[in-house]
Design a protein around this ligand. Structure first.
Ligand SMILES: *Cc1c(COP(=O)(O)O)cnc(C)c1O
Length: 431
């Protein structure tokens, strides 16, 4: 049953000598499932191929960007063409204007955007702007929401931090998180209490409109609307971190899906089409504070990189022109969750399947998952056993209980059926 991953094993031995943990992002390590990572050599459509040429159905999609599948022909061609004109100029380009215009056109809450190089940078910058605009320092974030690795945000930060059991990173001085207040996801009263206890001090509320870094946890009815009202009442800005949900739930992201308009939003992942890109944007009066117009400083040597812009624009144009892509990935997601639910019922398993559209998660707990506390009740040992079985059968899921399952337009019903079959086999073996 186990697949041969000898070359990955050899590479990992070299990697750990020269790269911390052998990986360039902790979520790539398989440590939390007690394994070594497989090293990926190439990807096409919905498949990944490792160094030993084992194929996998890819349910991560580079953690979200590859919504069209890998190596989508039109995106690849556009990037190749762009590269003939040079990789980077460090100067203004037509492509940046096109990208900003496209995002502003597609997302009603965006009036102005600034490109950066990662989701982390986008969130750090958005917070700086919110503080500059309001003249206040404190921010509210929610337990289990991840917003990149900016110092102020490594408090109860979900995913990577969750499985290593270190909620707060060492190396972050207390001063950096002193203005970070944490509230409970899906609990308006806890956010309200932060406002009460720090009257007139709160610059912004930062939230993942669908929490997708503690597994996938949906906002309860009225939660996002309630945050909007709280912010209005207290002259604070509402920031949606749409690094995962943006251009995934639907073309105008979670703000469109839930009908709640944030003041600022942050993006990453999908908007780069697989290239390293992030962006933040929103109200014109707020964004007008960003340098060189205003006095909130934020800069980037490679920001708006032409090759990255070309990849991102091409992917977003395809999503804009082909709304059937969303119908397809959402239907696949629904079929997947329904299939999982059937298996859970058949074997009376103490698990939950959650999700929305093309994002799903299986929690190994009998508790309904609505926040960080309930997510943490998941049994990570049971997850690890399940993960190993699925990997051996050629299903590449995130090596952590607290990550999302991502579907792309390249996935098929046959893929879903195969994966559900493997899942059924695992649970049958456990009985
Ligand atoms: C991935 C992610 C980030 C950080 O983006 P990076 O590009 O990894 O820096 C921020 N917020 C959310 C919601 C994310 O999922």
């Amino acid at each position: 049953m186990s697949i041969k991953t000898e070359k990955s094993r050899q590479l990992f031995q070299r990697a750990v000598q020269v790269i911390p943990g052998g990986v360039n992002s902790p979520v790539r390590a398989f440590a939390s499932v007690g394994r070594e990572p497989v090293f990926i050599k190439s990807a096409r459509d919905q498949y990944l191929y490792d160094e030993d040429n084992n194929p996998y159905i890819d349910y991560i999609g580079s953690w979200g960007p590859m919504i069209l599948g890998h190596n989508e022909e039109r995106v690849t061609e556009a990037v190749k063409k762009q590269m003939e004109h040079g990789f980077s100029y460090g100067a203004a380009t037509r492509l940046e204007v096109q990208m900003a215009e496209l995002m502003v056109e597609l997302v009603p809450s965006l009036e102005m955007v600034r490109m950066v190089n990662s989701g982390t940078e986008a969130v750090m910058s958005a917070i700086r702007v919110a503080r500059g605009f309001t003249g206040k320092n404190k921010i509210i974030k929610f337990e289990g929401c991840y917003h990149g690795h900016g110092d102020a945000l490594l408090v109860k930060a979900g995913s990577g931090a969750m499985t290593t059991g270190v909620p707060d990173s060492s190396g972050v001085p207390f001063g950096c998180v002193a203005d970070t207040l944490t509230a409970k996801y899906n609990d308006l009263s806890s956010a309200e209490a932060c406002f009460e206890n720090h009257k007139g001090e709160i610059a912004c509320v930062l939230v993942e409109p669908v929490a997708a870094n503690m597994g996938v946890v949906l906002p309860k009815e009225g939660f996002l609307q309630g945050l909007r009202k709280l912010c209005d009442k207290n002259n604070a800005l509402l920031i949606f971190d749409e690094v995962i949900t943006g251009f995934r739930l639907q073309i105008d992201g979670a703000s469109g899906y839930f009908g709640v308009k944030p003041d600022l939003s942050t993006y990453g992942k999908i908007i780069g089409g697989g290239m390293p890109v992030g962006a933040y944007g929103g109200r014109k009066d707020v964004m007008s504070l960003v340098a060189p117009v205003g006095n909130v400083y934020q800069a980037g040597t490679l920001s708006g990189n032409p090759v990255a812009m070309r990849a991102g624009i091409t992917q977003l144009e395809i999503l804009k022109k082909e709304p059937q892509i969303y119908e397809k990935i959402n239907a696949l997601g629904q079929s997947f969750r329904q299939g999982v639910q059937k298996i859970l019922e058949k074997y009376s398993l103490s698990c939950q399947v959650t999700g929305i559209g093309s994002l799903s998660c299986i929690f190994f707990t009998k508790k309904e998952v609505t926040d960080y506390e309930s997510a943490k009740t998941a049994n990570t040992n049971e997850f690890a056993a399940y993960f190993s079985h699925m990997l051996a059968k050629g299903n590449y899921f995130a090596p952590s209980q607290f990550e999302a399952i991502f579907l792309s337009a390249a996935h098929t019903m046959e893929n879903i059926q195969k994966t559900l079959g493997d899942m059924q086999e695992h649970f049958e073996n456990c009985m």
